[in-house]
Design a protein around this ligand. Sequence first.
Ligand SMILES: [Zn+2]
Length: 326
Amino acid sequence: MRPARNALTAGAIIAIVAGLTITAAPAQAATPATGTRCAAGTLSVQTLETGCTATSGTVVTPDGRTFALPAPGESVMASSTSAPGTPELAEVVVANNGTAGVAVRVDDAWRGSAPAVQQERAQSAAATTQAAPAAAATTKCTSTAWEQAGYRWAKTVKWYYNESGQKSTYAKNALRKAANTWTGTISSCDRSVTSTASNGYLRLATQKPNLTDKGGCSGNNGYSVMGWGKLPTGTLGVTCVWYDGNGNAREADQRYATGFKWSSTATCSGSRFDTQAVATHEWGHLYGLGHVNTGTGQVMEPSGGYCQLESRTLGRGDMTGIASLY
Ligand SMILES: [Zn+2]
């Protein structure tokens, strides 16, 4: 029996190899040469402009922040909120487009590998046309302006909270309320919209959010963790979201700044930031919303002041945005 079985196996292998050779031959002729691999380690924007490819490494943005390179086919975006009168931390996207190389966006400027930049520009142009045009309205409940970040969740956001370093008691409850502000039936501005965005708080965690002290995004680990830590001067919070080439988000981490005084109670007074108000903004980023600069008091305006309790509730643009995405 044994010799016969070996002979059969050998025959099967030969058949498969032959089959592969036949189908692969025409494709090989049409495939362009793949980009060279980037040198291991730190990846500056200048290095990425050579069009090199990488599966790991650390990207350094022009403002000196570091981002762990996402896996090929994946991107990470960092969005933040700042205190009034302080320089806003740039919005950053690091997109690893595999053989097309790596593209980096700092605010509105794309840099890096030319083919990857081209792909990302085409994608965001397509996305922008879906957003509602900014109406010339002047109040929180008349402006329908909103922006999309470029990703959304096809599933419930399951998340953990790390209370290490938290600057106010009940911060976890404030975050939970903020997360739920964008889900289900949302009533604000004398109207209601429905959103299928959903989140589920799991439990306290000892893992840290994957963010750096400068507000960059470090390597993702599959756990969405919200917590506290150092951030650049004037930055209240940063949200990092990791997503695939189809814009499907898979992980999000948030860090709230320990360099400020915070309040997490129903009322708020003095030189404190309201955790729920700032977290509502950060959760807006998490679900897929970008900044609007309408000056009408939308939650997604780029900065927020002391005890800005009105940002616990959505404006009409915020409602329009979340109901459009979900
Ligand atoms: Zn923001």
